[in-house]
Design a protein around this ligand. Structure first.
Ligand SMILES: [Zn+2]
Ligand SMILES: [Zn+2]
Length: 155
């Protein structure tokens, strides 16, 4: 499985391959390592975030956001051009086709596990069923906590 996280020490984004028996993450930029207890990762099942000790993780579609935005832009542009030339069937055809591609992509892409607190992402992890989908309330809780933390540091 893979993990993408931002290193707590050098704050750079890092992507690592994790062996099922790993007990440590090593940042490829600054070489600092983060140890995690063996019970945090049991046979590719992430029990808690390996970067921060948070147990609040959520499952989301591993959809490349830029691709999604690009598709929508192409759809709108294409249908505008068709509309300009009074090609009504094409206008809706293009919109429909891009929406369809969007749906198909959504269905074929895998799931990724994400940490609410530090935004670490886990790909190829097992046992995602035990983690819920995105929950706005939990997200808000963490967002407010990190805002408070920042405030405390600056004042
Ligand atoms: Zn680092
Ligand atoms: Zn985390």
């Amino acid at each position: 499985m893979n993990i993408t996280f931002s290193c707590p020490r050098c704050t750079q984004a890092a992507r690592l391959h994790l062996a099922p028996s790993a007990t440590q993450l090593t940042c490829p930029h600054c070489n600092s390592s983060i140890d995690f207890p063996p019970e945090a990762l049991i046979e590719e099942r992430v029990q808690r975030c390996l970067v921060c000790p948070s147990t609040d993780l959520f499952v989301r579609k591993d959809f490349p956001q830029r691709l999604g935005v690009g598709l929508v832009a192409v759809g709108i542009l294409g249908s505008c051009i068709a509309w300009y030339f009074r090609l009504i069937a094409w206008t809706f055809g293009i919109l429909f086709a891009t929406a369809l591609v969007d749906v198909v992509l959504y269905l074929i892409v895998g799931d990724a596990l994400m940490c609410y607190r530090c935004q670490a992402q886990y790909r190829g992890a097992e046992g995602l069923d035990r983690h819920g989908n995105f929950n706005l309330e939990t997200h808000e809780r963490y967002r407010q906590a990190s805002a408070r933390e920042r405030q405390m540091h600056t004042s």
